[in-house]
Each structure stands twice: as structure tokens, then as C-alpha cells.
Design a protein around this ligand. Structure first.
Ligand code: ARG
Length: 488
């Protein structure tokens, strides 16, 4: 007999045409939900036992059967059947082949609430793991800053030298960005962490399903251990907002990573030469023997395109979709998987690359010694002498022009020359160009001053160590399926 999916028996005379099966299957990508599917099925079966649909021995047989199948999948010994469409039917039909009671497992359940459940379970784990990856990247940035706490570089606006900053200050800017990404992911997690099971295909069930028990078994509880259930069966089977939120948080994270990547790419160029990436984290050219390319950073920058694209694809997928489940929704998986895979790999690789990057102190010092970076400090000097800032800005601008015309750096002008521009310049004016002193002066919250940057480095070090102890993110998940003895 040609094998045909369980969903067609009874109503249909035979299996689908081969090209239909090929067009509609999802097993080629949703097989990776097998752990979540098994987890969900064990919880569902446990509940069915508690309401008397399964006997104790049937539950035992189903649980053992699912675990056995899980073991085979993990060992790579399970043969997935494309003609069974998806992961849900592959597992159910194999279970039923081995265990007759498997035929009772789908009681009060549809693939519509099942797939929503699997995706929520899967995404919950991915978010937790990604939070861990992000913490590692933040630590790598803090470590690079701490290891070069005295290094000063030009800060840039318009990619033109602007004002001096500590390298650590520049790196901590990314730590701040990533922290906002973490906050968005935690917020997203709170909406992922809601149990849809019991919604059935669209309209729940006439059977007295105990949704709360299933949700508790699967760890769908909030920080106060209050159970979290979807409140509308139609919304529950058609909602993909939680995926879009993740895709959006992922897209913004990818944008952040691309900016960090771009800074690295610029800084390892001969023109900047601030950083050097270890050989193991760079690649060569097939033609030019001298080349050492920052490919990790370039790919991090490049992969942003697909992650942003995944968000657009998901938004477009949902646009105008009528209630409730439509097969269109099967298209959500590859986009979501790709976003999670891509941002996680990129985050990890960027961290590894940074841990294997050294700072060229001499090149940084040379660039930071450009006295023009302190032109604004010179204007501030005049302000402290009582001059309105606009007038001070004009006077320093004239001094810069004079220095440029005479082919000298700004700090090489004589006092007489400065005074020819404006009488307010005194003998102490040139003291402004003492870089360590200039850096000591920038001292309030958020400023790139010596004390403030040290404070920020210490704050982040403490916070990230704390998170490490709390195993950042793990507090989010309260999993999973330890079947209470009373239910066994
Ligand atoms: N493979 C399907 C998906 O990914 C599972 C749900 C199928 N439901 C259905 N009514 N055909 O969305």
C-alpha cells in the first residue's frame, strides 16, 4: 500500500499526487522541531491520562515509545518519511505503528495548536540561548576595553575625526546597544511563553481538557509561577506575532552587529590600523598573497540582509491572512529558523573574533594626538573666560584656518598668533592640548572621561558577572515535563 498521511484516511481515496506531496511537505525543515514535538506530546498524553482518556499503561507505552523514537532521531537512525508531510505526522504515525495506544494521542489536539506549541517551545529555548550568546559578546567587548583602558582614539562623526574618546567608551557603546537587544528579547520571551495547546484546530474541544496541567508540565508559567494560557482558541492557532517580534528583535540585533562589524573592518584597514585580528579569525585571498581579510566581520555585515528579509517575509506572510490557521503559515518556519541561526552564529563569531583581536596602541596614540580633536576644548576654554559660545566657536575656527594656512597643527600656533585672532586667549590657552588632562575633564554620567569610563567598565564587569552567576536567561524558562508521580 502506498503510504498516505493519517490526515487523509477515511475521507480520501488515496494519497496526494507526488508533486503535491513535494510542494506541501515541511518535514525537510520542520524535522528540527522533533524534541519540542515529543515534549509536547508527552505533556498532552499525561493530561489525557489525568482526565481518563488514557489508562496508566497506555500513557506508559506512549511515553516510552516517544522517548525511544527520540533516542533514534538523536542517534540519526530515524527514517523521516516525506509522504507523511511534517514532523507531527511522522512522529505520530511511527508511534502508532509501535504502540497501539498512539492512536489516542491526537485526542483533543490538532496540528494547528501542536505546531503553535512546538514553535513556542523552540523559540523559548532559542531566546534563552541567544541571551547567553549576547552576554558573551558583551563580555568580549568589555574585556577588550579593560585590557586597553588607557587607549584613546579619535571619535568620529560623518566618519571625520571629531573628539577624542577612550577606545573603551567606543566599545561600551556596543555593550549598551546589545543590552537593549537583550531587553527586547526578554520582553518577546514573555509573549512566546504562553501555552496554546487545547485550542484544537480552531475551536477547542468538547472534551474536558486540562489546559493548565499541560501548561505547567511544559513550564508555561511566569516569574510568579502563574500559569500562562492563550485566551482565545482562534487567536492561538493563527497568531504568529511572537515570531514577528523575535524576527524584529533579531533584525535590529543584526543591524547592531553590522555596525560593530563595519567599525572593525575600518579599523583593521591599513588606513586606520587600530586593530589586528589573529590569523585564525581572518581569511586570505586566492590571488593576492599579502591579503588578510576580516571576513567574519564582512559576513556579519552581509548577513544582516537576510535577517531583515526574514522579518519582511513574516510580516508579508501574515498580511491580510484571514482567520484562522491557513497553510500559508507553514512558511513561517524557515524564516524564523534562519533568523535564529544567523543571529546566534554571528553573535558567537563576533565574540570569538574580538577575543582574538589586538589593539595597535601606537597607531591609536598617533591618531588621537591630532590636536584638532581638541578644538572644541579650546572653545570651551574661551567660554570659561566669559565669552559667548558662538563667538568662541568663531574665534577657534579662525585659529584653525590660520594654522592650516601656515601648514602647522593647531597646537603649534604661538600665543601671539592666537591673540591676533582673539585677545581673550591667555598664556594658559595651549595647556588645553594636554590630552590626559583633557580626558580627565569629561566627567559626568555618559561622558568619555577617564573616571567615568573606568566607572562604566567596572559597572559592566559587575553586571555581566552577576548575570553569569544567574545564568542569564535561564530564569526565563521553567521547564519541563517532569511527569509528577501522581500522573504516571
Ligand atoms: N506543517 C504544518 C505547518 O507547518 C503543520 C500544521 C498543519 N495543519 C494543517 N491543518 N494542515 O504549519
Amino acid at each position: 500500500m502506498k503510504s498516505s498521511p493519517v490526515s487523509r484516511s477515511g475521507r480520501f481515496a488515496g494519497g496526494p499526487a507526488a508533486e503535491v506531496a513535494q510542494f506541501t511537505e515541511s518535514i525537510s525543515f520542520d524535522w528540527r522541531l522533533w524534541q519540542q514535538d515529543i515534549q509536547g506530546s508527552i505533556a498532552h498524553a499525561t493530561m489525557l491520562r489525568s482526565i481518563g482518556v488514557l489508562t496508566r499503561s497506555e500513557l506508559g507505552a506512549i511515553t516510552r515509545g516517544l522517548k525511544q523514537i527520540g533516542g533514534e532521531i538523536a542517534a540519526g537512525k530515524f527514517a523521516w518519511k516525506p509522504e507523511l508531510e511534517d514532523v507531527h505526522m511522522n512522529l505520530e504515525s511511527e508511534l502508532t505503528r509501535r504502540v497501539p495506544a498512539g492512536a489516542k494521542l491526537h485526542t483533543g489536539r490538532s496540528r494547528n495548536d501542536q505546531v503553535a506549541l512546538d514553535m513556542r517551545l523552540w523559540l523559548r529555548e532559542q531566546i534563552t540561548a541567544l541571551l547567553g550568546d549576547l552576554a558573551s559578546l558583551q563580555r568580549a567587548l568589555v574585556a577588550l576595553g579593560e585590557g586597553h583602558a588607557d587607549v584613546i582614539i579619535p571619535g568620529y562623526t560623518h566618519l571625520q575625526r571629531a573628539q577624542p574618546v577612550y577606545l573603551a567608551h567606543h566599545l561600551l557603546a556596543y555593550v549598551e546597544m546589545l543590552e537593549r537587544d537583550c531587553a527586547r528579547l526578554r520582553d518577546c520571551h514573555s509573549r512566546v511563553n504562553v501555552c496554546p495547546l487545547g485550542s484544537g484546530a480552531i475551536a477547542g474541544s468538547t472534551l474536558p481538557l486540562d489546559r493548565e496541567l499541560v501548561a505547567r508540565l511544559l513550564g508555561f508559567v511566569d516569574a510568579h509561577r502563574r500559569v500562562r494560557l492563550t485566551q482565545n482558541s482562534m487567536d492561538a492557532v493563527s497568531d504568529r506575532d511572537f515570531m514577528i517580534e523575535f524576527a524584529a528583535a533579531g533584525a535590529l540585533l543584526a543591524v547592531h552587529l553590522s555596525r560593530l562589524a563595519e567599525d572593525v573592518i575600518l579599523w583593521v584597514s591599513a588606513e586606520f590600523n587600530y586593530l589586528k585580528i589573529a590569523d585564525a579569525y581572518t581569511t586570505g585571498s586566492s590571488l593576492m598573497p599579502q591579503k588578510k581579510n576580516p571576513d567574519i566581520a564582512e559576513l556579519a555585515r552581509g548577513k544582516t540582509g537576510r535577517v531583515v528579509g526574514n522579518l519582511m517575509a513574516l510580516l508579508t506572510l501574515l498580511k491580510g491572512l484571514p482567520m484562522t490557521y491557513n497553510r500559508d503559515l507553514q512558511e513561517d518556519k524557515e524564516r524564523l529558523f534562519d533568523t535564529a541561526d544567523t543571529v546566534r552564529a554571528t553573535t558567537r563569531l563576533m565574540a570569538a573574533m574580538l577575543r582574538n583581536t589586538t589593539v595597535n596602541r601606537a597607531a591609536c596614540a598617533r591618531a588621537a594626538s591630532d590636536p584638532a580633536l581638541l578644538a572644541t576644548d579650546l572653545a570651551d576654554y574661551l567660554v570659561l573666560k566669559g565669552m559667548p559660545f558662538r563667538q568662541a566657536h568663531h574665534a577657534v575656527g579662525a585659529a584653525v584656518a590660520l594654522a592650516e594656512k601656515s601648514g602647522r597643527p593647531l597646537n603649534q600656533l604661538t600665543l601671539a598668533e592666537l591673540q591676533s585672532v582673539d585677545q581673550a586667549f591667555g598664556r594658559d590657552a595651549l595647556g588645553v592640548f594636554d590630552l590626559p588632562r583633557a580626558m580627565a575633564k569629561r566627567n559626568f554620567p555618559g561622558a568619555p572621561g577617564t573616571k567615568e569610563v573606568a566607572k562604566q567598565l567596572a559597572r559592566w564587569r559587575r553586571q555581566l558577572e552577576q548575570d553569569d552567576l544567574n545564568e542569564r536567561g535561564s530564569g526565563l524558562d521553567r521547564a519541563l515535563v517532569r511527569i509528577p508521580p501522581s500522573q504516571r
